[in-house]
Design a protein around this ligand. Structure first.
Ligand code: NAD
Length: 424
């Protein structure tokens, strides 16, 4: 019923359609396991919840929330919570599907899940945001749990929101359940290194891809769309490695400096004002001009469906690092491929966050916490080795890194499916 509703809304740029098109492209490489492919196209569970809260002015507002468990063949569900005014069920389904692929691509013992609440959090007071988070957590309480499904931060959610989720779940279950979410504050069972882990993974996979292309990071020019958790952490690491971050864009503005933007100043501005429009020594340019910026590395780190075929024709970069989930449309993939532009796909490029979330979960279960150095080293090893394997498969099959990453992941998911067999 729901899938027929979703299929009726087929349109280019719809994230679920992008996910399905990516699955289509990997089927020819799955051999016998392809007989299970339908399990990749059907989310296992979808929960739509009503989230009513009393606003500060005394009125009651109802918000719509979703939690999608896409596939649990390899372990509990894992995937973030997005709070955004444009969140739709199709988008959350796609994001959950990409989590299934990502967790398998880096061989974490998880399935894929994702959540969303449809509201612009900037229109809520802190108290209202807390109420929305807590009521949503209660409503999805029948699905989540430390061994069932473990949410984490995504767009517009952070460690404070994870703390409220953890507390709500704990109150409802009568126990302190730190392992129910990851990305918590360190004082509450969170892991060192988690906040910057996704940006770090973008940087590490970028370095490995650049090394293979003989592209020198220390004088590369980088353009980044999205200056939130992922984009800003990646920007700091590229700048620290000597790269020039020449352009950054957020939802409000796009700023440019041919000689490189002062990233420390941009991070400070973002932390203090939530905006980057008045960072010193930058020129403000038109949002669409972002795609024409002269750069070596382009990092979409905002939302999905940003890199269209038309934009893919215009970009100057030699390497695209997908910090965001699903930023590139399938038609754009073809253009980039034809133009010889390398793309490190989201399912490996931004996997640093879920890898350190996995470390957090393991640390919570064992109540034994690691140093930041240990965490970063383990992250670097896992993500670089996973990318190297994907490069090998891409070379062997003569396919893009995206098809190779999906091949590695889908083989693992469908093998688990086959070994478990169908119940009953
Ligand atoms: P965030 O909320 O911290 O930041 C989002 C950024 O994107 C902000 O700078 C915002 O201004 C910008 N943005 C929003 N709409 C935009 C638009 N239309 N044009 C340009 N910029 C826009 O979110 P985040 O956690 O950094 O997530 C960004 C992307 O990375 C998402 O696709 C998310 O799913 C993905 N991701 C996040 C994590 C994580 O650990 N947070 C992990 C893996 C993938």
């Amino acid at each position: 019923m729901l899938l027929s509703y979703v299929n009726a809304h087929k349109k280019s740029g719809n994230a679920w359609q992008t996910y399905l098109a990516q699955i289509d492209r990997v089927i020819p490489y799955l051999g016998e396991l392809a007989k299970w492919e339908q399990s990749l196209r059907h989310p296992k569970r979808i929960l739509i919840v009503d989230v009513p809260i009393e606003m500060d002015d005394g009125n009651v507002h109802h918000f719509e929330g979703f939690r999608v468990q896409h596939n649990l063949s390899r372990g509990p569900g894992k995937g973030g919570l997005r709070i955004h005014q444009d969140v739709t069920l199709e988008e959350v389904m796609a994001l959950a599907g990409w989590m299934t692929i990502k967790n398998a691509a880096v061989n974490l013992p998880y399935g894929g899940a994702k959540g969303g609440i449809r509201v612009d959090p900037s229109t809520l007071s802190m108290k209202e945001l807390e109420k929305v988070t807590r009521r949503y957590t209660s409503e999805i309480g029948l699905l989540i749990g430390p061994t069932k499904d473990i949410p984490a931060p995504d767009v517009n959610t952070n460690s404070q929101i994870m703390a409220w989720m953890m507390d709500t779940y704990s109150m409802n279950s009568g126990t302190t359940a730190t392992g129910v979410v990851t990305g918590k504050p360190v004082d509450l069972g969170g892991s060192l290194g988690r906040t910057k882990a996704t940006g770090r993974g973008v940087f590490m996979t970028g370095c490995e891809a650049a090394r293979r292309m003989n592209l020198n990071i220390s004088n590369a020019r980088v353009a980044i769309q999205g200056f939130g958790n992922v984009g800003s952490a990646a920007a700091e690491l590229f700048a620290a490695a000597g790269a020039k971050v020449v352009c950054i864009q957020d939802q409000f503005c796009t700023v440019f400096n041919h000689h490189g933007i002062d990233i420390t100043a941009a991070v400070k501005a973002h932390e203090e004002k939530g905006r980057i429009d008045d960072v010193a020594n930058t020129e403000r340019i038109n949002a669409e001009a972002f795609w024409d910026v002269d750069c070596d590395i382009l990092i979409p780190a905002a939302l999905e469906s940003q890199l269209t075929a038309a934009r893919a024709q215009r970009i100057k970069a030699k390497l695209v690092l997908e910090g965001a989930n699903g930023p590139t449309l399938p038609e754009a993939d073809d253009v980039l491929n034809d133009r010889g532009i390398n793309v490190v796909p989201d399912v490996i490029c931004n996997a640093g966050g879920v890898i350190v979330s996995y470390f957090e979960w393991v640390q919570d279960f064992s109540s034994f916490f690691w140093t930041e150095n240990e965490i970063n080293q383990r992250l670097d090893n896992i993500i670089v080795q996973a990318l190297q394997r994907i490069f090998e498969v891409a070379d062997k099959l003569k396919v893009s890194l995206r098809v190779a990453a999906f091949t590695v992941a889908c083989e693992r998911i469908l093998m688990a499916r086959q070994l478990r067999g169908l119940y009953p």
